[in-house]
Design a binder for this molecule. Sequence first.
Ligand code: GLC
Length: 428
Amino acid sequence: MTDIIENKSIIERAQATLRHNDRGGYTVPTDRLYPFQWNWDSAFVAMGWATFDVPRAWDEIRLLLRGQWPDGLIPQIVFHVPSDDYFPGPDVWQTNHTPPTSGIPQPPVLATAVRAVLAASPGGAAEIAEIYPRLVANHRWWHTARDPEGTGLVATLHPWESGMDNSPAWDTAMARVPITTTTTIRRRDTSHIDPAMRPKADDYQRFIHLVDLFRGTAWNPAAMYAASPFRMADIGTNAILLRAEQDLLALSTSHGTRAEAAEIAERIQCMKTAQAELWDPKRGIYVSRDLIANANVDVATSAGFLPLYAGIDTHAADLAATLDRWHSRVPWLVPSTDPTDRRFEPMRYWRGPVWAVVNWMIAEGFSKMGQPGKATTIIEATRTLIDQTGLSEYFDPTTGAGLGGETFSWTAAIRLLIEPQLLSPGIR
Ligand code: GLC
């Protein structure tokens, strides 16, 4: 692959990467390491496809929705075809769904992606009639399954749901999770990637402990919520859902009912009020909340900028100052953990490295919330990182080196999305 595309422009390489990772209507995050369809990867990837192949973008979304459960959950992974390259596979999840899926969600970027792809679809798209009710069901699922008390904050019950698997934001809460598992762990990731860049063995045992626990509830949402020793209001997931609710509200005016619009608008108000409570004045950023300990976490991560992406402008100037502080410590933005924190590890996955998708959302937030200069700085950093080192999974914020898997789909999608001349008015 690298040989074939070496001399092409980065845009052609990004497009070729999506085509290379296309498995007939859905896109794997990368060859081998992640051989199935991942939820939030596909949402970004659909927006990337929409810059050069709109019908293919709709396929991405339709295939992801094949994994949706009757109760509205859109799972983290859809196992369209078997593969030995990944653990834990369908035999561990045992969710009894066709096609097989995992049993937990991922950050709900999808409504935002659907709105963007629709805006890029000349003359609108027939697809939306089929997709819109699925999004409505999915957002209702978030509130009933994950905020049963109506607090305005949805709970994350497994670090994998946050998409930021081993973030230091989860350390204290994960320490409560036993390392015992009934499933035998056969990690495949560390045979593809240097273990120093991946979660540690104990993290993995705790991840699987939770999967075993949830499987024992037969994936019943109320039982999972009650049983989980890990229950966090993840600032990333909550901000992404709040943004997606606004995109769903926009879609509802042309594709839904007034009652749906009123229901969504009410949730938006409630979420905005609740997210304001997650502001940490000392760290100058929003943080996640441990819903079992009833305490805000004591570490700042890049997810803490995302309320900007959700349209909350209260602390835009403070967040710009925090970004400057971080930038004075590392040359490459945006590190996934505060680089002044002792838990910052520049090469270990979600404990320090830069992720292009997170950069895109943060830049979008700064741009809309009155800080266009910060948006430009982040977009330029993202562009340079990718153009200099390739379509890596993530990047070292201290050196700019590409890390993890190569030829990554969502990095390719973001490279396309930040190329101004490729942007349809809908994808801004
Ligand atoms: C890892 C990441 C997650 C991503 C998945 C596929 O699990 O932490 O965010 O969705 O890989 O790329």
